[in-house]
Design a protein around this ligand. Structure first.
Ligand code: 6PG
Length: 229
């Protein structure tokens, strides 16, 4: 999707806690609508640290957890129980505390290595599209998921094998911009002063990786004052 076609709505909140609270509320409302309309809610989770507090707040959601289906936007090629795994962060903050059926949590098998895990997860994603909600973070360089500036991937892929990522670990698996864009809602979280340069660049039209992802309904960015520079 060309960047210029993506409607981006900026929602400024006081601080990281306010961003987390709004993100949790947004996700809860999206889930309630999707479950009422179609009987289930599919969400792609962001990695990194920013979403951790929002995940913790989701634990107390009044919902039918059996209707939730979880995917991951990216994963680091590390052992499943490694403390730097995105799946482990989400499990520790949220998923292990709620009764989502294990079969509904689709972890990226990144421990197999990117070459094997990417095509394997592409089969899972192909069967899952379109998503109800995709949650993303933004890196200081404007990356999102494991889509980094200056890295190019074959067109048409739903899931990329990523090597030499500038943010360790170097080997990762990432949904493509195309796959991340096939969603009813797309929510990007940006908190902290270290994200302000990337947010400024994004708002000024720089073709950052985060700017290449856009649902047909647009992108909603929840950012705090520190990230708004
Ligand atoms: C990852 C994430 C990555 C993350 C950003 C922001 O695996 O590292 O998917 O895209 O969302 O780097 O990370 P923080 O939230 O920790 O600042």
């Amino acid at each position: 999707m060309a960047q210029s076609n993506i409607e981006t709505r900026w929602h400024l909140l006081d601080d990281a806690r306010a961003v987390a609270a709004q993100a949790a509320l947004w996700i809860q409302r999206a889930a309630s609508r999707a479950i009422a309309q179609r009987g289930w809610f599919s969400i792609v989770l962001a990695g990194g640290n920013t979403p951790r507090l929002a995940y913790r707040l989701l634990v107390d959601t009044d919902t039918d957890w059996s209707r939730w289906v979880i995917y991951f936007g990216d994963e680091r090629c590390l052992p499943p129980d490694h403390r730097d795994r995105n799946s482990r962060m989400a499990a520790a903050a949220w998923l292990d505390a709620v009764p989502i059926p294990a079969d509904n949590v689709h972890v990226i098998p990144a421990q197999l290595g990117a070459e094997v895990a990417a095509p394997a997860y592409a089969k899972v994603i192909r069967a899952a599209l379109p998503f109800d909600l995709v949650l993303l973070g933004i890196g200081e360089d404007g990356h999102t998921a494991s889509l980094f500036p200056g890295q190019h991937h074959p067109a048409g892929q739903l899931v990329h094998a990523v090597y030499q990522a500038p943010k360790p670990p170097p080997e990762r698996v990432s949904l493509s911009a195309q796959a991340l864009s096939e969603t009813s809602e797309l929510l990007v979280l940006a908190t902290g002063a270290d994200k302000a340069p990337a947010v400024r660049a994004w708002r000024s039209g720089v073709a950052l990786p985060v700017a290449q992802v856009g649902a047909a309904g647009g992108v909603d960015v929840l950012l705090d004052k520190a990230a708004d520079g």
